[in-house]
Design a protein. Structure first.
Length: 370
């Protein structure tokens, strides 16, 4: 089986409501859907969700990376030869994690479809329980967050993830309002997305949040301030999670050596797909760190890829791929029964792509190969 053709489709996916984090506000999510075709008629789907703040890529740049460098390097290869495919991509371009993730995910989808097995089976089998998602909450006024928290409890969520790092000085009031609204019925985790500028600020913020029973604090400071995590770790008792600071095995090794976090948030889009994140999860497991598979607000395509990985790897204890429940319309059909995600045993990713919806959301399209 050989890859013969690739179709790159850049889309804008509409959100039900704006998504507000420390560094940006999104009303639609840019996404790139990749279809890889083989000489025996199979089609595998992957997805890239580039973000300048996280992956260092723009949507246009990721399209060009795929069209001019990455796909010409892998057309003609067998999608089962995932190591060779990554070697070819890495030789063609440094970085570009989300663009490489699209190719990687599509190859796993093809391998599953060719073998008649779900991707989690190719990765070693699945855990008995279904993965779950938290209700991810934007940076909003405290009173509105309190209302949303009550609604989330009614909808069946068991965990809330609150985005913090706002510049209005209301982060503590946000958490206070939510905890007062729901009591201790739901767990709360917070993510500053690098929004607390320095370790001293982060320490003050975390100490102020500790009375509200926070599960963990994610990426409180800048991604390049790895040493700052050591200062924070020495001063607070809440579990710390690194996200934007962990892209490669070298990044993770620095945290392992310093023992400055308890958890790492891996994202297929940051690191280049399923293969890279599986390796990172094993590295984290050997160090005694727990792992979360996080979200870049992908559609069902890349979200399913993350859930297959989470089902197969014992170190992955949390999943937050919540994009599909935040979109008003998207091309995939990953099924949710809040708070659970129902990953099927269909071959490959198990996601059907609605080509009519894909067409309606299309911004531009390119073909590579025959």
């Amino acid at each position: 089986m050989k890859i013969t053709k690739a179709t790159i489709t850049r889309i804008e996916v509409p959100l039900k409501e704006p998504f507000v984090v420390a560094y940006d506000t999104y009303r639609t999510m840019p996404s790139i859907v990749l279809a890889l075709e083989t000489d025996d008629g199979l089609v595998g789907y992957g997805e890239s969700v580039p973000d300048p703040h996280v992956t260092g890529e723009t949507p246009g740049g990721a399209v060009e990376a795929l069209r001019t460098e990455l796909l010409p390097a892998v057309v003609g290869l067998d999608p089962f030869d995932i190591t060779a495919i990554h070697q070819r991509m890495d030789a063609a371009m440094k970085g570009n994690g989300s663009a490489k993730a699209a190719v990687d995910i599509a190859c796993w989808d093809l391998a599953g479809k060719a073998s008649g097995r779900p991707v989690y089976s190719l990765l070693g089998g699945r855990k008995p329980e279904n993965p779950t998602i938290a209700r991810v909450m934007s940076i909003l006024p405290p009173e509105l967050l309190a209302e949303q928290a009550i609604q989330a409890r009614e909808e069946g969520f068991r965990h809330l993830k609150m985005k913090l790092g706002g510049r209005d000085g209301l982060d503590v009031e946000r958490v206070r309002a939510v905890r007062a609204a729901i009591g201790h019925d739901l767990a709360i985790r917070v993510d500053a997305n690098q929004g607390w500028d320095d370790p001293a600020t982060a320490i003050d913020m975390i100490r102020a949040l500790e009375p509200f029973g926070i599960d963990w604090v994610e990426q409180p400071i800048r991604a390049d301030d790895v040493d700052g995590f050591e200062l924070i770790r020495a001063q607070v008792g809440v579990r710390l999670m690194a996200d934007e600071a962990v892209v490669s095995q070298g990044d993770l090794a620095r945290f392992v050596k310093a023992r400055s976090v308890d958890m790492v948030n891996l994202k297929l889009q940051k690191s280049g797909g399923i293969r890279a994140c599986h390796r990172l999860a094993t590295q984290a497991e050997l160090a005694g760190f727990s792992v979360q598979i996080g979200s870049m607000l992908e559609t069902s395509i890349a979200s399913a890829a993350g859930y297959h990985l989470a089902l197969a790897h014992p170190a992955i204890v949390s999943t937050e791929l919540s994009g599909p429940v935040k979109f008003s319309r998207e091309p995939g059909n990953l099924e949710f029964r809040i708070p659970e995600v129902l990953v099927t045993d269909k071959p490959g990713l198990g996601v059907d792509v609605d080509l009519d919806v894909l067409e309606d959301l299309t911004v531009e399209r390119f073909e590579v190969g025959a």
